[in-house]
Design a binder for this molecule. Structure first.
Ligand code: SF4
Ligand code: SF4
Ligand code: FES
Length: 313
């Protein structure tokens, strides 16, 4: 069947910005987007530029945007996309600098991976591996080791788009992978390194990284594991950690969340941030958007308290 494929093209030698171009090819039920791109390149336009290697969802190099979603071209069916969206529009990964057509600069991705030291830190060598540790490591990894470094999660990440310094989903999933490796002697330091402004507390839990990951690494879930581990290890003083602990404590005490008390409790000890919050808090209060910070508890709060007590037994 003859199908139309729209490709976002960009050539830095002649284009100021990218533009769509339509191509028509014969495709069958078995045609993947990567096969379609290879066909266009060999039969219609040899200048079309994209990356690929394994053609089997292993190397991660063919990741592009297909109908607006980050996907591996070699794993995506042309017909399924047409059935689902009624069109096939292809472009480079979002949030990354484009070199040409679908080839993007992966430097932001690799810089973040390097920052989390993606290797075992050990003075003792492999003989020092506790055998019971190796037996349990696979279960504790929760698939964090399945990453093929395709970059889909970073490209889809809301926090990275707003704040390019954020370490991002793939690097944080990698950081979790070394948190549960019994050979690593730097786990406490690693966890401490993730507490800063660009670390685990910067994720806004939009779930996009989980949705687009082709290998079910579920980076956001690894970030949540790192957060839990941080609080359990006594690293509970960052604003992000205090947001969680104070949220739980206010709901447990009052039966509901008091939106005015939460920022106060979070920012105690951080006077400059607290002062910055005052104009917004006052405005919200007078517009009826924020309750009294120390108002009466919600009716039925005793029932909620008993649920929390039961949970903590
Ligand atoms: S859940 Fe967090 S890490 Fe994942 S894409 Fe959203 S903001 Fe980024
Ligand atoms: S975590 Fe998933 S989406 Fe992110 S780079 Fe690894 S394989 Fe790709
Ligand atoms: S070509 Fe290797 S993952 Fe698609």
């Amino acid at each position: 069947m003859r199908v139309k494929i729209t490709i976002q093209r960009f050539n830095p030698d002649k284009d100021v910005k990218s533009h769509p171009e339509d191509y028509f090819i014969e495709a069958g039920r078995e045609t993947t987007v990567l096969l379609a791109l290879l066909k266009i390149k060999s039969e219609i336009d040899g200048t079309l530029t994209f990356r690929s290697s394994c053609r089997a969802a292993i190397c991660g190099s063919c990741l592009i945007q297909i109908n607006g979603i980050q996907k591996l071209a070699c794993q995506t069916s042309v017909f399924e996309e047409l059935d689902h969206h009624g069109k096939l529009v292809i472009g480079p990964m979002a949030n990354m600098p484009v070199i040409k057509d679908m080839v993007i600069k992966m430097d932001p991705f690799w810089d973040k991976i390097k920052k989390v030291r993606p290797y075992v830190v050990s003075q003792k060598g492999s003989e020092a591996v506790p055998s019971e540790g190796l037996k349990t490591i696979q279960k504790d990894l929760h698939n964090a080791d399945a990453c093929i470094m395709c970059g889909a999660c970073l490209s889809a990440c809301n926090s990275f788009e707003a704040s390019p310094q954020f370490l991002g989903p793939a690097a944080l999933a990698k950081a979790y992978r070394f948190q549960v490796d019994p050979r690593d002697e730097s786990r406490a330091q690693r966890l401490d390194d993730l507490q800063g402004d660009d670390g685990i507390w910067d994720c806004v839990r939009c779930v996009y990284c989980v949705q687009v990951c082709p290998k079910d690494v579920a980076p956001m879930e690894q970030i949540i594991r790192l957060r839990r581990k941080s609080i359990e290890s006594g690293l509970g003083n960052s604003i992000g950690a205090r947001h969680i602990t104070q949220f739980v404590s206010i709901v447990g005490e009052n039966g509901h969340l008091n939106e005015s008390r939460l920022p106060l409790m979070m920012l105690l000890g951080n006077i400059s941030k607290l002062i910055q919050m005052i104009p917004l808090s006052v405005k919200m209060f007078f517009r009826g958007k924020a309750p009294m910070p120390f108002g009466d508890p919600q009716p039925g709060h005793k029932d909620v308290r008993s649920i929390f007590k039961g949970k903590n037994k």
